[in-house]
Write a protein that binds this ligand. Sequence first.
Ligand SMILES: NC(=O)c1ccc[n+]([C@@H]2O[C@H](COP(=O)([O-])OP(=O)(O)OC[C@H]3O[C@@H](n4cnc5c(N)ncnc54)[C@H](O)[C@@H]3O)[C@@H](O)[C@H]2O)c1
Length: 315
Amino acid sequence: MKTILVTGGTGFIGANLCRRLIADGHRVICLDNNYTGSLENVQELQACPRFSFVKHDVIEPYDCPEKLDYIYNLACPASPPFYQGNRSIFTTKTCVFGIINMLELAKRDGARILQTSTSEVYGEPLVHPQPETYRGNVNPHGIRACYDEGKRCAESLMFDYHRHEGVDIRVIRIFNTYGPYMNPDDGRVVSNFICQALRGQDITIYGEGQQTRSFQYIDDLIEGMVRMMENEQGFTGPVNIGNPGEFTILQLAEQVLSKIPTTSKLVYRPLPGDDPTQRRPDITLADKELGWAPTINLDKGLDLTIAYFRRKLGL
Ligand SMILES: NC(=O)c1ccc[n+]([C@@H]2O[C@H](COP(=O)([O-])OP(=O)(O)OC[C@H]3O[C@@H](n4cnc5c(N)ncnc54)[C@H](O)[C@@H]3O)[C@@H](O)[C@H]2O)c1
């Protein structure tokens, strides 16, 4: 049994990761300020004596009373409406001060730390699909920069603590992920389309819907995260964890509509600034180092996610 800190533990990915780690028999400390996460997401875990919740903001140092084996650092809003605008400075502080505070904790305890970086470090990619060796094309002063550059800076801090302080680090770059415990109203495309269709609201497409994304089901991501953390070969990454199946946003909308009988129609809105036109991971490295590849395709993943939102929304 390992003692594991999960920051951002009441969010979408965090709630799924906490469940997996508890099921694997570990002691889990779930830390969150509940900005975009919710205690409801970890409700039934609270009955388990190996699980506890700490309300804390990672911008402030955290003096954990227990000695940690692993830290999964997830704390950071991941949906543009929640990380941009008047939250943008908070987002950069969360990425940068947050990872410094967690790296200091890892150093104190000799713990292994995994950072959830993102495909956003590739910005508007000029190489397609994106291998980890591609250094990206990010606008450093656009409206997404607080997140993209915050995550890039966090990667650089991970490697500096590894080189200079000997911290055992793991960096994964997550591509667009969806599934149960997403917030129905936080503006991410898969949950948006499903919840709009279930509620009979119009489906909002930004631009002409020709931009592409690769959608990964949450269980595949969690398996990749655990394999990366438990890898004993000292593989630091960065490594892409995503599903290489590539779809236009319009194709996604049509697939959702084919699964949910609804009166919803497609409506088109202007494309937000710096929205990437294409995204697809090259996962050769994850396969080679972790023996990992996704197993759940969009069709099956959508069925599982629609079933979750039907229960959650009572529709
Ligand atoms: N979901 C994706 O497709 C995706 C893709 C790439 C990277 N990621 C990364 O994975 C991590 C989790 O993403 P998610 O999709 O679960 O998002 P989420 O918004 O559902 O979860 C983030 C969690 O972090 C918490 N949080 C935010 N700022 C905090 C702070 N300062 N202190 C403490 N807690 C804080 C939130 O309350 C929330 O519970 C994020 O770091 C995100 O950048 C996610």
